[in-house]
Design a protein around this ligand. Structure first.
Ligand SMILES: Nc1nc2c(c(=O)[nH]1)N[C@H]1C(S)=C(S)[C@@H](COP(=O)(O)OP(=O)(O)OC[C@H]3O[C@@H](n4cnc5c(N)ncnc54)[C@H](O)[C@@H]3O)O[C@H]1N2
Ligand code: MOO
Length: 415
């Protein structure tokens, strides 16, 4: 499947660059889900991926219950005899048991309380005049009104969450309503994060001339944690082939996914390509025809997936969102989602064509249009701070007029 990693003839990475669309499909198909499951308390399952479907332990609602504060009656016979003034025969609060409704009477009832046997309708108290003994109705709602019927939302035994569902607060709520307290999930994806570049030092270090702060390690660690991955190894690798190979060998022993930052370009100090090649890497995406992020590489080293991110932080960030997340989703067993929204441009963009281009963009929710920013420097993160996402401008587009359709990719929560 994979191809041997080679420098392309021009040495610039463009010759073998894959169109973005194709690279995104390849990324989503790169990995098989990790094997290994665990059972978790429902409340601790947020972000995890279900290994098995969740079946409802009981009906939802569990019993027929009142949806309003009011009076439970048997509306049917009442209409026939035309009597709208009834004795109140019992008072039913939420959590209580109801006795069968005495014929020709009303039960005082509250929201969430069980409907007494024999009653078929609840009249809201706003439509009644009442004291402790009797109630008079001003008008009657249709038969069956204001009753939540047993099992009308979910039937006992029904599948409420499919295997592969990534647990959210909403999924947890539905499972809890169906009486579930534990779920079977796949184990977390184990990730090794290797950063390269002898000039790169941990942020906060005293920097010598030529040294810079490490942006990618904290940024990628945050993105991985936000997406449910387990960081099992994090190492800053020296710029030698031997150090790269040693780090990759350790990573292989521990990780399902190896993410490397930097060293994938063509310079003499870029050892990542040579190192993975020496380790027999199978490359699926050699580079991507996208500005920035061209040199990103996807493939396998041994049994592990490998994402070779460019060192430039903005490129590494965008690449992780576009191609890294689909790989992570594949490994975690989650259904891959396409977050792209087809919206309209709020401004006109004129540019020289050639490569597809990522630009920061902001969404106006009222008009559902996106304001597209200027070309960004692949090393600068600040222009992304206020952007809600990015757009991809196709390779052949030189003028994107206001109102033209654009693909907007919102940055995920926390990204
Ligand atoms: N002759 C060519 N040179 C370059 C090409 C090319 O096609 N031909 N491509 C350029 C592009 S585009 C990119 S992107 C970079 C990718 O290079 P690498 O992936 O090998 O990354 P590095 O050279 O290691 O770093 C690039 C840049 O980013 C800085 N960096 C690296 N790691 C970090 C980090 N953890 N935190 C902050 N900044 C980091 C590094 O200092 C460099 O400035 O290659 C171009 N060159
Ligand atoms: O491909 Mo690079 O990521 O433009 O800076």
């Amino acid at each position: 499947m994979g191809q041997v990693l080679e420098k392309d003839p021009c040495g610039c990475g463009v010759g073998s660059a894959m169109p973005l669309e194709q690279a995104m499909i390849a990324a989503s198909q790169l990995a098989r889900p990790v094997s290994g499951f665990e059972t978790l308390p429902l409340g601790k399952s947020s972000g995890r991926v279900l290994a098995q479907p969740v079946l409802a332990a009981g009906n939802v609602p569990i019993f027929a219950a009142s949806a309003m504060d009011g009076f439970a009656i048997r509306s049917h016979g009442l209409k026939e005899v035309g009597r709208w003034r009834l004795a109140i025969s019992q008072r039913i609060v939420a959590g209580a048991e109801a006795a069968p409704l005495l014929p020709g009477t009303a039960a005082r009832i509250f929201t969430g309380a069980p409907i007494p046997m024999g009653a078929d309708t609840v009249v809201m108290q706003e439509n009644a005049t009442y004291d402790d003994q009797t109630v008079t109705f001003h008008n009657l709602p249709p038969v069956g009104s204001n009753i939540r019927h047993a099992g009308e939302e979910i039937a006992a035994g029904q599948e409420v969450l499919a295997a592969g569902t990534q647990m959210t607060a909403r999924a947890i709520a539905v499972a809890a309503s169906a009486g579930i307290d534990r779920v079977s999930v796949r184990r977390q994806v184990r990730v090794a994060l290797l950063t390269t570049g002898d000039e790169v030092r941990p942020a906060g270090s005293t920097l010598r001339a030529g040294q810079i702060n490490d942006v990618n390690t904290p940024m990628l660690s945050a993105l991985l944690a936000q997406h449910g991955a387990q960081l099992v190894m994090q190492e800053h690798v020296a710029d030698t082939l031997a150090a790269h190979m040693a780090a990759l060998t350790t990573a292989l022993a521990h990780a399902d996914l190896i993410i490397t930052s930097g060293g994938v370009s063509v310079g003499e100090e870029d050892h990542m390509r040579a190192a993975v090649q020496a380790m027999g890497a199978r490359v699926t995406v050699p580079s991507v025809a996208l500005k920035p992020v061209k040199p990103v590489t996807l493939g396998h080293i041994g049994d592990a997936c490998w994402i070779g991110l460019p060192g430039n932080p903005m490129s590494a960030f965008v690449t992780f969102l576009l191609l890294g997340l689909p790989v992570l989703a594949g490994l975690s067993g989650a259904a891959s989602q396409d977050f792209r929204q087809n919206l309209r441009a709020a401004n006109t963009i004129v540019r020289s064509s050639g490569r597809a281009e990522v630009r920061p963009a902001s969404l106006d929710r009222r008009s559902m249009t996106v304001t597209i920013g200027g070309t960004v420097h692949s090393g600068r993160m600040s222009p992304l701070l206020d952007a809600g996402g990015c757009v991809i401008i196709p390779a052949d587009v030189t003028t994107l007029p206001t109102g033209a359709p654009v693909d907007f990719i919102p940055f995920p929560q926390g990204a």
